[in-house]
Design a protein around this ligand. Structure first.
Ligand SMILES: [Zn+2]
Length: 387
C-alpha cells in the first residue's frame, strides 16, 4: 500500500501537468493483478475517469462507490517542503508528499481495502465501485459533473458514495462530513458621474459602495461571533475579496464607478433566494448600486443524518477500531455535492486522526493512520456490502 501511494504521489497530477493517464495506468495494472475489472471512461470534457468494480451478488441493492479525485493542488520545493513534494518522503512515522491527505492516500486506502475484501470474502452482496475522477480541485465541472451525465453512469447503479472528508486532528475521533456550504460570488457595483472631488454636493458612488460593503462585513462579523459555539459549516460567511474604485493618479476626481467582489458561502438546506432577496434589498437602499452573480454553487443540499445507513456503517466501522465519529460540515465544497444534488447519499470520510493540512506545505499522513484507515475502510465494506 505504501509503495503504491509513493508511486501515485510521484505522478504529477497538479495544474497544468495533469498526468491522469499515468495515474489511471497505475490503478489498472494493480487492479488486473488483483483480478478486478476496471473500465476507463472518456468524459465529455475529454478527460479520463476510471471505475474499478467488484460486482455484488444482489443486483437489487444500490451500489457503494468509493470516490476519489486524482488531481492535487500545485506544490514546489521552493515553498518550504522538506523534499520534492512529488517524491514521497517518510520521516518520523509519517509520509510527506502532495496528496498525502487530499486525497491520493484515501484513493490508495480505498483500493487496498477493496483488494483485501475480495481476498477475504470473494463476492460481496452489494456491488462496490472504486471511482477515480479528474479536476476536482478546479471545481469538478470537467470531472464528476461529466461522469454523472455520462451514459455509462446509470449502469453503475450508485446509491451511496464515500468521498473525501477531513482529518480530525483528534486522536480519539474521526470526522464524518455530512453537509457542505454552497458558494455564491457576487460583484456589487455603485455607479454615478465623475465630478471634482472638492464638490461638497456631488454624489460619490464609492461612499455608497462602502455602506453596502460595511453592512455585509458586519453580517460576516456576526457569523464569526457565532462560530465559537456553532459549527462554521452551518453558518454564512461574507468575505470581501476585492474592492476597486478610482485611480491613484487622479486624487481630486470622484470616480464614476466603484465595485466590490464578495465571496458568500451559504449553509446547507438553505434557500438561495433568501440571500439574493436580501442583497437586492440592500443594494436598492443606496443610490446607483446593483449586484450581479459571478459564480454560483449548488444550494439547498441536504444534511445527511446519523440515521442514514451509510453513516451508521461508518460510525460502527470506526468504533470497531477504537475511534468515535463526529459529524462535520464542510466550509467549502467537494465532488459529493454533485451526488447529493441527485439525491444520492454522499458522505465525506477521510479516516485520519492527524492534523488537517490539505493543500499545505509538507502535507503528511502518519503510517499508523494509513494502516488503520485501510482496516477501517475494510470493516466498512464488510458491514455495508457483505451482509
Ligand atoms: Zn480533495
Amino acid at each position: 500500500m505504501i509503495e503504491m501511494l509513493e508511486r501515485y504521489i510521484a505522478i504529477d497530477t497538479s495544474y497544468p501537468s495533469y498526468d491522469y493517464d499515468a495515474a489511471i495506468a497505475l490503478f489498472i495494472r494493480q487492479a488486473r493483478a488483483a483480478g478486478l475489472n476496471s473500465s476507463r471512461i472518456t468524459l465529455s470534457s475529454g478527460l479520463p475517469a476510471l471505475v474499478i468494480t467488484l460486482a455484488g451478488s444482489d443486483s437489487s441493492l444500490p451500489a457503494l462507490a468509493l470516490n476519489h479525485h486524482m488531481d492535487v493542488v500545485a506544490a514546489s520545493h521552493r515553498d518550504g517542503w522538506v523534499n520534492d513534494p512529488f517524491t514521497a518522503t517518510i520521516r518520523e512515522g509519517a509520509l510527506i508528499g502532495r496528496g498525502a491527505q487530499d486525497m491520493k492516500s484515501v484513493g490508495v486506502i480505498h483500493f487496498a481495502a477493496l483488494c483485501a475484501f475480495k481476498k477475504q470474502h470473494g463476492t460481496p452482496q452489494r456491488t462496490i465501485h472504486l471511482i477515480m475522477v479528474p479536476h476536482e480541485e478546479m471545481g469538478g465541472f470537467q470531472g464528476t459533473a461529466c461522469l454523472l451525465n455520462h451514459a455509462l453512469f446509470k449502469d453503475l447503479r450508485v446509491g451511496y458514495v464515500v468521498d473525501e472528508g477531513m482529518p480530525s486532528g483528534d486522536k480519539s475521533c474521526l470526522y464524518v462530513v455530512t453537509a457542505q456550504r454552497a458558494p455564491l460570488h457576487v460583484r456589487i457595483t455603485a455607479r454615478g458621474t465623475t465630478a471634482h472631488a472638492a464638490c461638497l454636493s456631488a454624489h460619490n458612488p464609492v461612499h455608497e459602495l462602502i455602506e453596502v460593503v460595511r453592512t455585509l462585513a458586519e453580517k460576516h462579523r456576526a457569523q464569526q461571533a457565532q462560530a465559537a459555539t456553532n459549527d462554521p459549516g452551518l453558518l454564512y460567511s461574507y468575505n470581501v475579496t476585492s474592492f476597486t474604485a478610482g485611480s491613484e493618479h487622479t486624487t481630486n476626481v470622484i470616480p464614476a464607478q466603484a465595485s466590490a467582489i464578495i465571496d458568500i458561502r451559504i449553509p446547507p438546506e438553505t434557500d438561495f433566494e433568501s440571500v439574493t432577496n436580501e442583497l437586492s434589498a440592500l443594494c436598492a437602499s443606496y443610490v446607483g448600486v446593483t449586484y450581479e452573480i459571478i459564480a454560483q454553487g449548488i444550494t439547498g443540499l441536504p444534511i445527511i443524518t446519523q440515521q442514514n445507513p451509510l453513516y451508521q456503517a461508518i460510525a460502527q466501522a470506526a468504533q470497531q477500531h477504537g475511534l468515535a465519529t463526529q459529524p462535520h460540515y464542510f466550509q467549502t465544497s467537494s465532488d459529493a455535492r454533485f451526488y447529493l444534488q441527485r439525491a444520492i447519499t454522499a458522505i465525506g470520510f477521510t479516516p485520519f486522526t492527524g492534523m488537517p493540512n490539505p493543500h499545505g506545505v509538507n502535507e503528511s499522513v502518519s503510517l499508523e493512520d494509513l494502516e488503520r484507515g485501510k482496516e477501517i475502510m475494510l470493516t466498512l465494506l464488510e458491514l455495508f456490502c457483505k451482509k
